[in-house]
Design a protein around this ligand. Structure first.
Ligand code: BGO
Length: 276
């Protein structure tokens, strides 16, 4: 049985795509211990594929219950592939979650949904450039027109671990040092340690992600000595980059997204609304 997880911002069209892919074949319940709805279902064209819906989210920081549920699922029981559903009329905002999902190292495809609305906005997205600059496959979809949905499942099943996108060399140096100190080879974990993520530093994370995605022997939970070394690495980087740890990561992501959007999105004409 292969498991494909659907992830995206609220209103990206995730529910519409889940319903199209699974039809009436759905199980609805709650995630263990919380009142967050859990929906999964078999792909209607191949019952050996389970589609797991995850709550709509903007980040993988454990601020909201929805984010915690999604993050716990992704790190403790990594699925075979992710479909990241993106509202193509809001590409810039949506890519913030995309970059975080890519850091998990799970095979992933980007579903550029609401593609039917792009022309009305006078916008065009160069799919090849977007795929090339992100290093993951991109499929154009329209849930409302049932377009591209089978293709996105097909591509998800064939996709490989996503490439790593490089940030500023000072941050990359710090992440590499954190990797040496902690033994974490997974980029998601290295970045979370750099950010000072409370769950990860407290050892609440699970080894499953590292063991499934990479064959290293990451340890959850860090010693006082390791924590002190991490604080030194972070403090040096904060001085070098003249910013605080969390802002460094946020700004690096937005810089990268800015470049990608500039490269891939063209304004063909001003979107016009006809009221006649
Ligand atoms: C309403 N194209 C278009 N045009 N619309 C889409 C597409 C697409 O590809 N995909 C989804 N939508 P959810 P989340 C609505 O409900 O799946 C629409 O939060 C309305 N409702 O139909 O719920 C979809 O699960 C009244 O729109 O997203 C839905 O990710 C008027 O996007 C909305 C207009 O989709 C969110 C729209 C009473």
């Amino acid at each position: 049985m292969k498991i494909i997880a659907l992830l995206g911002n609220p209103n990206s069209g995730k529910t519409s795509i889940f319903n199209q892919l699974t039809g009436s074949n759905q199980q609805v319940g709650n995630w263990p211990g919380v009142t967050v709805e859990k929906k999964s279902g078999f792909y209607r064209k191949d019952k050996s594929i389970c589609i797991q819906d995850l709550p709509g989210l903007y980040s993988l920081s454990p601020y909201s219950l929805d984010e915690q549920v999604a993050r716990e699922f992704l790190t403790k029981t990594p699925p075979d592939a992710l479909i990241n559903i993106v509202d193509s009329t809001n590409l810039e905002r949506s890519l913030y979650l995309t970059l975080q999902l890519m850091e998990l190292g799970i095979p992933m495809v980007l579903a550029l949904n609401m593609s039917d609305l792009l022309a009305g906005q006078g916008k065009k997205i160069d799919i090849e450039k977007l795929s090339y600059s992100l290093g993951i496959p991109v499929v154009t979809t329209s849930a409302i027109k049932n377009k591209g949905l089978d293709e996105v499942v097909k591509v998800a099943l064939k996709s490989h671990e996503s490439q790593t996108l490089d940030y500023d060399h000072r941050l990359e140096g710090a992440l590499s040092e954190i990797g040496k100190v902690t033994g974490f080879t997974n980029r998601f974990e290295q970045i979370k340690v750099f950010e000072g993520d409370k769950l990860l530093l407290a050892g609440e994370t699970d080894k499953a992600l590292s063991q499934q995605v990479h064959t290293d022997n990451s340890q959850a939970g860090l010693s006082a000595k390791q924590l002190a070394e991490i604080e030194e690495i972070v403090s040096i980087t904060e001085k070098l980059m003249a910013d605080d740890r969390e802002s460094i990561i946020v700004n690096e992501r937005y810089d990268l997204i800015g470049h990608i959007v500039q490269l891939c999105v063209t304004q063909t004409e001003t979107g016009k609304i006809n009221l006649t």
